[in-house]
Design a protein around this ligand. Structure first.
Ligand code: 5GP
Ligand code: MG
Length: 190
């Protein structure tokens, strides 16, 4: 049987209750910080889709939502870390405050590239929030403005994060021990 909800090779790192509490706290902070401002919350597809859906239900001020898709290509034919950004689902953010929401800050290259790309659309300011921040992996100077959890340098799945496009539906964040460091470079790419 291949039921990934009960799969015994998963080690839960962050429970659904812990995530819920952290997301509520973040929603309250966002509501206070952007009160009275024209806010657009921009989620990074696909990994941040569950985080964004929960977060916006804890945000108590008017806001719009939009999405961008960031796809990593780590195959042999492309440079390591090559990133394609699709802005087709991005609404007009000119003059607006943007809260950019991603699943995980690992090397930080994705967030750095996304901030640069969004700046071209003339927002008033860009503030970033991630669910997870992986320790000891950062390769860029920028850091997320908000994060919910610091995690050790392990490959994780659940709550939107995938391995080979599976496990996104898990309500918790879990370590997939079978996936070594090298495999994690080639999978879980969005
Ligand atoms: P960065 O550009 O910060 O190195 O990588 C960020 C992206 O890599 C994330 O948005 C996510 O798609 C992917 N990623 C990094 N670490 C993990 C992980 O542990 N699990 C999964 N599923 N994806 C990850
Ligand atoms: Mg991602």
């Amino acid at each position: 049987m291949n039921d990934s909800l009960s799969s015994s090779n998963l080690r839960v790192l962050i429970t659904a209750d812990e995530i819920e509490d952290a997301v509520h706290r973040l929603g309250a902070e966002v509501s206070e910080r952007f009160s009275g401002r024209p806010l657009t919350i921009v989620g990074v597809l696909t990994g941040a889709v569950i985080f964004v859906a929960d977060l916006i239900r804890s945000v108590r001020i008017p806001h719009r939502i939009g999405f961008v898709q960031a796809s990593s290509y780590r195959g042999e034919a492309t440079a390591p870390g090559a990133l394609r950004i699709d802005e087709a689902l991005l609404p007009d953010i000119a003059g607006r405050d943007v809260l950019l929401v991603d699943d995980i800050f690992d090397t930080g290259r994705t967030l750095e590239r996304l901030v640069t790309a969004l700046k071209r659309h003339g927002p008033a300011r860009i503030v970033s929030a991630v669910l997870l921040w992986k320790e000891g992996r950062q390769e860029v100077h920028i850091e997320p403005d908000y994060f919910c959890f610091r995690i050790p340098n392990r490959f994780v799945v659940g709550y939107g994060l995938d391995y080979d496009d599976d496990y996104r539906h898990l309500p918790f964040v879990a370590e997939l021990p079978a996936v070594g460091g090298e495999a994690s470079e080639s999978e879980g790419s969005r």
